[in-house]
Design a protein around this ligand. Structure first.
Ligand SMILES: *[C@@H]1O[C@H](CO)[C@@H](O)[C@H](O)[C@H]1NC(C)=O
Ligand SMILES: *[C@@H]1O[C@H](CO)[C@@H](O)[C@H](O)[C@H]1NC(C)=O
Ligand SMILES: *[C@@H]1O[C@H](CO)[C@@H](O)[C@H](O)[C@H]1NC(C)=O
Ligand SMILES: *[C@@H]1O[C@H](CO)[C@@H](O)[C@H](O)[C@H]1NC(C)=O
Ligand SMILES: *[C@@H]1O[C@H](CO)[C@@H](O)[C@H](O)[C@H]1NC(C)=O
Ligand SMILES: *[C@@H]1O[C@H](CO)[C@@H](O)[C@H](O)[C@H]1NC(C)=O
Length: 296
């Protein structure tokens, strides 16, 4: 008895969406929606979220069903049947009226045409995305991965040329469905505006006489040649009394006279987004080694 009740309680609410439904229809709030059952059967019966009594004012006529005055309870999975055989299903949602400003953040680690976007939304939402590439061609829809309301998607635009000036923005089109509503929007952006390099790599520290020699390389993902794809480096180091010193330079090496305790480095594209890379890990400058190297 308890088990049966549990089952009923679980089955009654609208199925949460786990994937983008193959067929869906977006209606205006309080507007009418006409559904068509894709079948050759002349007469069909309809269910809404598995219920034979729809929670809306509906008019069935042959293969069509008209939902009058669409509201939230009227949304969901409409299926048409003939003699208990499922013929077709359409997911009905309301178009989002409030201009939902979704906070989408996009980043590219380089000018290779790959980038990554992420945003936060309802747990129950599903999204798909597609890209209008730099050559104007339209990509395929890609299903977006979501986990606990965090969504993220990665794209590679193979037509993207790192050497050319970007004349037209890329365009990311997003479509989202929750159990009741639909949102649709697109964001144009230039890769140069979202580029954020990885941290510089291979930071080495060596005593040369009384001077500390530091050298590093651009991040592996950064395009070459160095002279064309310039980076500005931000070197930060700590003195024994805890004072932090910042130095900015375009060179990939520097000599320091001070007694440095530890050092880290970051970089940015000075001509594009100006976004600083994450920091490299702090690198301690070992006092014992310092002494030994000085003696030599
Ligand atoms: C849609 O999902 C929300 C929670 O994600 C729930 O509160 C609401 O009742 C659902 N609506 C329908 C019509 O199932
Ligand atoms: C809608 O309901 C039908 C019949 O129960 C089912 O086969 C289908 O998977 C459902 N669709 C969605 C998107 O939940
Ligand atoms: C209708 O069903 C046929 C056969 O299953 C399918 O080929 C066709 O794409 C469907 N049309 C729509 C609009 O879903
Ligand atoms: C948008 O999200 C980013 C991080 O994902 C955050 O730093 C920023 O404050 C957010 N902006 C708004 C307007 O919510
Ligand atoms: C989403 O918006 C695009 C234009 O930005 C439009 O072509 C498309 O039909 C819209 N999709 C829906 C389901 O409203
Ligand atoms: C820390 O040491 C540096 C160099 O020895 C010195 O210039 C600076 O004033 C010192 N700062 C403090 C807070 O003692």
């Amino acid at each position: 008895m308890l088990v049966l009740l549990g089952l009923l309680l679980c089955l009654t609410p609208a199925d949460a969406l786990t994937a983008f439904p193959p067929k869906y229809q977006v209606g205006k709030l309080n507007g009418d929606v006409v559904l068509k059952c894709n079948t050759s059967e002349q007469q069909v019966t309809w269910t809404q979220n598995g219920e034979t009594e729809p929670m809306a004012e509906v008019v069935a006529n042959g293969q069509t069903l008209t939902i009058r005055g669409l509201d939230m309870p009227a949304t969901g999975n409409y299926s048409c049947w003939a003699s208990n055989v499922l013929l077709d299903s359409t997911y009905v949602v309301v178009s989002s009226t409030r201009e939902e400003q979704m906070n989408i953040s996009c980043q590219a680690e380089s000018y290779q045409g790959s980038f990554h976007c992420s945003w936060i939304s309802d747990h129950s939402a599903v999204f798909r995305a597609r890209l209008t590439r730099s050559d104007g061609s339209l990509g395929e829809w890609v299903l977006v991965a979501g986990h606990r309301g965090q969504f993220s998607v990665s794209f590679v635009d193979a037509s993207f040329c790192p050497f050319a000036e970007e004349l037209h923005p890329l365009q990311l089109q997003l479509e989202g469905l929750s159990n009741t509503s639909h949102i649709n929007f697109s964001i144009p952006f230039f890769v140069r505006d979202i580029v954020r390099p990885n941290p510089p790599q291979g930071l080495t520290v060596q005593w040369q006489g009384e001077q500390l020699h530091l050298a590093w390389a651009p991040p592996a993902s950064w395009p070459l040649p160095k002279s064309y794809f310039t980076l500005l480096y931000w070197l930060q180091y700590e003195l024994p009394n805890g004072t932090q010193v910042d130095k900015y330079m375009e060179d990939t090496e520097v000599w320091l006279q001070e007694r440095v305790q530890r050092v880290r480095i970051s970089c940015q594209d000075p001509y594009a987004s100006h976004a600083w890379s994450p920091w490299s890990a702090w690198q301690d400058i070992d006092a014992a080694q310092k002494h030994r190297l000085r003696v030599h």
